[in-house]
Structure formats: structure tokens, C-alpha cells
Design a protein around this ligand. Structure first.
Ligand SMILES: Nc1ncnc2c1ncn2[C@@H]1O[C@H](COP(=O)(O)OP(=O)(O)O)[C@@H](O)[C@H]1O
Ligand SMILES: [Mg+2]
Length: 227
């Protein structure tokens, strides 16, 4: 079955929002789908339901228990910092090889498709030497790049797409998830990114209510080979 690595042009742009929307869309179609978010920083166990792990579990229809959270997000850090810094502040370090083998095991064990949500943007450090880009390169999965529509996002998005291309990553689609309060037109942003990346499908996702359905999710699933 197809699987997908969800990364982004930066943090807080919509990886979890898009991942959860994809999960709900696929489940509604009767598709087997699972998800992991191996590294999470800024994690507060008292507010686990609001965390990325909590949102993914809810979309998957799984209970919000410590065990389920541990299963999908084994590397949890309390400070909202890049993973390497957040780990260091707790006197820890993320073992990159263990991270890769955790994902490979999850891919092997998944009955259907598996979504892997990265952390932050494409080149966020994970340890002293590896970034999310190295993680993607090791796993060799199709990639979905989530971007915002804030002013400045076009450069961030084209830069992210460029480094993915340099590493010969299989970039399947870019989703521009409309940024809150942005005055930059969403569809013009999509058209501009498409102009510079004619070979990549660029999909607009307007601001939605939490949990809302939207035709963009079907388009993303198709572009990423999940259906
Ligand atoms: N298209 C959208 N419509 C409504 N809210 C969105 C949309 N995209 C992102 N958000 C919201 O923006 C915030 C950041 O998104 P999130 O998915 O958590 O980003 P990331 O996982 O990339 O850090 C969340 O509150 C999320 O619900
Ligand atoms: Mg997230």
C-alpha cells in the first residue's frame, strides 16, 4: 500500500490539519489508513487531546490513551523548540537510526497506507547532523509538502521544493493551506508556485472549520497515490 511523508515549508502551516483531513477522507472511503507523528515538541500531557498526536488519533478513531500516544509519538518533548534543542534541554538526544527503524517497522506493520508527519519544516535539525530532509531521504517515501499562504511563503515553498529535488525526493504534491488572517490571495499563491514548479501538482486548501470535509482532500489523496 502507498505511504506518505508529510513535511512543510515551515512550522505551524498545516501538516497535522492536512494529515487529519486526509485520514478522515480515506476512512470515509473505507480505506485502511494509519498515521505516526514520531517526534513532537511542545507536548503537554495534560493537553494531549490538542496535540498533533491527539488530533491524529481522533481522526483515526483511536482512543486518547498514553499507550496510543506512545505508539504513534515515542519522541515527545515539552519545550516548543526544534527537536534537537528540545531534546537537549531534557538532557536527551534523538537517535536518528532508531527514528528511521521505528518508521520502517511502522511501514512494515501497517495493514494499509501509513502517513508519517514530520516535524517543523524540511530542514529542521533532528540531532547534531541530520535534518528532516535526511529522514525523508532515508525512508524514500513519496512526499507531500504543506505550505501556507502568508506573505513570504512562496519563497519558503520554492526553497523547500528545491532541496527536496536536489535530494531526488519524490515530491507528489504541494498543498497551500490558507494562513489565518493573511491578505495574500490563496489561488494566486497556488498559481505562482505552479508557474515555477510546473511538474508538481499544487493544491489550494482554504480555511476550514476543524473536521470539515473539502474536495481538496480527495485531490491530495489522488495526487499522492493514496487512492
Ligand atoms: N486550512 C486550514 N483551515 C483552518 N485551520 C487551519 C488550516 N490549516 C492549518 N490550520 C490551523 O493552523 C494551525 C497550525 O496547523 P497545524 O496543522 O497544526 O500545522 P503543523 O502541523 O504544520 O505544525 C492549527 O491550529 C490548524 O488547525
Ligand atoms: Mg503538526
Amino acid at each position: 500500500m502507498a505511504s506518505l511523508f508529510i513535511t512543510a515549508s515551515g512550522t505551524d502551516v498545516g501538516k497535522t490539519f492536512v494529515g487529519a483531513g486526509l485520514i478522515r477522507y480515506l476512512r470515509a472511503k473505507g480505506e485502511e489508513i494509519d498515521a505516526i507523528k514520531p517526534i513532537i515538541s511542545g507536548f503537554d500531557p495534560d493537553r494531549a487531546g490538542d496535540s498533533d498526536s491527539g488530533m491524529l488519533l481522533r481522526a483515526l478513531g483511536l482512543p486518547l490513551t498514553e499507550e496510543e500516544i506512545e505508539d504513534i509519538s515515542p519522541w515527545r518533548f515539552s519545550l516548543p523548540l526544534s527537536p534537537d534543542m528540545a531534546a537537549r534541554h531534557e538532557g536527551k538526544e534523538i537517535d536518528f537510526d532508531l527514528l528511521v527503524s521505528f518508521c520502517e517497522t511502522a511501514l512494515d506493520e501497517a495493514d494499509g497506507s501509513l502517513l508519517i508527519e514530520g516535524v517543523g519544516g524540511v530542514m529542521v535539525p533532528i540531532d547534531q547532523t541530520n535534518t528532516v530532509l535526511d529522514w525523508i531521504t532515508e525512508l524514500q517515501l513519496p512526499v507531500l509538502l504543506v505550505a501556507g499562504s502568508y506573505l513570504g511563503s512562496i519563497s519558503h515553498t520554492l526553497t523547500a521544493a528545491e532541496v527536496l529535488d536536489q535530494e531526488e525526493c519524490d515530491l507528489r504534491a504541494i498543498v497551500v493551506s490558507e494562513s489565518e488572517g493573511s491578505h495574500v490571495p490563496l489561488y494566486e499563491t497556488v498559481a505562482t508556485i505552479s508557474r515555477f514548479l510546473p511538474a508538481v501538482e499544487v493544491i489550494a486548501l482554504p480555511r476550514l472549520e476543524p473536521g470539515a470535509d473539502h474536495p481538496a482532500f480527495a485531490q491530495i489523496a489522488k495526487a499522492c497515490g493514496l487512492v
